[in-house]
Design a protein around this ligand. Structure first.
Ligand SMILES: [Zn+2]
Length: 352
């Protein structure tokens, strides 16, 4: 028995762990900056392990790691011939993990994925045709490999998002479409994030919302606005970094003043964001705020790790295996409350 995406969203909600680029890079299997998901071909076990770790922490959806695995990016690195093998390998790995769940639990949903192509040009129909072709081939492979649903994400042109959704819809599968407005707080073609989501709903998306670029503080106001103005399900997948009103996205996020070791490329994005991480409680609060207003397609994007996904699962009342290892400070040697902990050790806690 496996419930559909909509059934899950109408009940307790669904979690989609993301952030594969950053996490595979941190684990040593992917190049920062270039950000091509060749790991599906080169180290399939490493990618499978990451999916398994997210599943263990409560992710319901195994999203095939084809982000940036599109024809244009493969051309940039001179490996266009690997395009189809890479897509199929990533989809097969995701499918395998989605069906291989802990005993007695419901199989996960496998999601095919397309995203921002970075060649969309509002005033050039040829570029738009090319983008559509890239979407069509990737959606074709996703359907072929047995995707249960489709995710289109990180679009910063409204029209590119509409184009993606049109192609996705032709498959007949449930469609999630999340956008990623950049620092000017508007889509690059001048449409507001809210109007973009309203149009996506009209075009038939099952879930609309935001993913990536923004941390909890600069994403939540948009999510509230979208929730209040659409009838379909809403999705929210922030990055776990402390973006703020002056610096709404992680692209131009300053480090703290006292950092003496700035990155050679002059910005914290993408390799020196570590000190700007949100903690698990900030992510938890964001997820709770979303859940309270019936935003039930949740996840974490670039920067995500299983610890954060477990927080999302807890907010939804899910009990994934990783829940067993949630914090238990009561047995800490110095800050615990367990009666075996000696007073003279506890007393030293504030000086430690
Ligand atoms: Zn992301």
């Amino acid at each position: 028995m496996k419930r559909s995406l909509t059934e899950r969203l109408n009940q307790e909600g669904a979690i989609c762990a993301e952030g594969f680029l950053f996490e595979m890079e941190r684990r040593g299997y992917l190049t920062a900056g270039e950000f091509v998901p060749e790991v599906a071909l080169e180290y399939p076990e490493a990618l499978k392990n990451l999916h398994k770790d997210f599943q263990h922490a409560g992710s319901d959806i195994v999203e095939a790691f084809t982000y940036n695995g599109h024809r244009e990016k493969m051309r940039v690195i001179g490996k266009e011939d690997l395009l189809e093998p890479l897509n199929r390998a990533a989809l097969k790995i995701a499918k395998e993990v989605a069906n291989d769940v802990p005993e007695g639990t419901e199989p996960n949903l496998m999601a095919g994925n397309i995203s921002n192509t970075n060649i969309w040009n509002p005033s050039d129909q040829n570029s738009q045709k090319e983008v559509r072709g890239m979407f069509e081939e990737m959606i074709g492979w996703a359907v072929d490999e047995g995707a249960d649903m489709l995710v289109g994400e990180t679009f910063y042109f409204a029209e590119e998002a509409y184009c993606a959704l049109e192609v996705m819809k032709s498959s007949g599968l449930p469609c999630v479409l999340t956008i990623a407005p950049m620092g000017e707080n508007i889509m690059r073609d001048g449409v507001t994030p809210l109007d973009t989501c309203k149009e996506l709903e009209q075009l038939g998306a099952d879930v609309v919302g935001l993913n990536c670029f923004r941390g909890p503080e600069t994403m939540l106001p948009y999510i509230k606005d979208i929730r209040a103005n659409v009838k379909c399900h809403v999705g929210a997948l922030p990055i776990p970094y402390r973006t703020n009103e002056k610096q709404p996205t992680f692209f131009n996020l300053d480090d703290y003043d006292n950092c003496k070791c700035s990155a050679p490329h002059g910005r914290t994005f993408p390799t020196a964001l570590d000190p700007l991480f949100t903690n698990r409680y900030e992510i938890r609060k964001f997820m709770q705020d979303c859940y309270d207003i019936d935003v039930k397609y949740l996840g974490v994007c670039c920067g995500a790790n299983p610890m954060l996904i477990r927080e999302v699962a807890d907010v939804m009342g899910k009990k994934p295996p990783a829940m067993r290892f949630r914090e238990n400070m009561s047995n800490h040697f110095m800050y615990g409350t367990n009666k075996r902990i000696p007073e003279h050790i506890k007393d030293y806690g504030d000086k430690a």
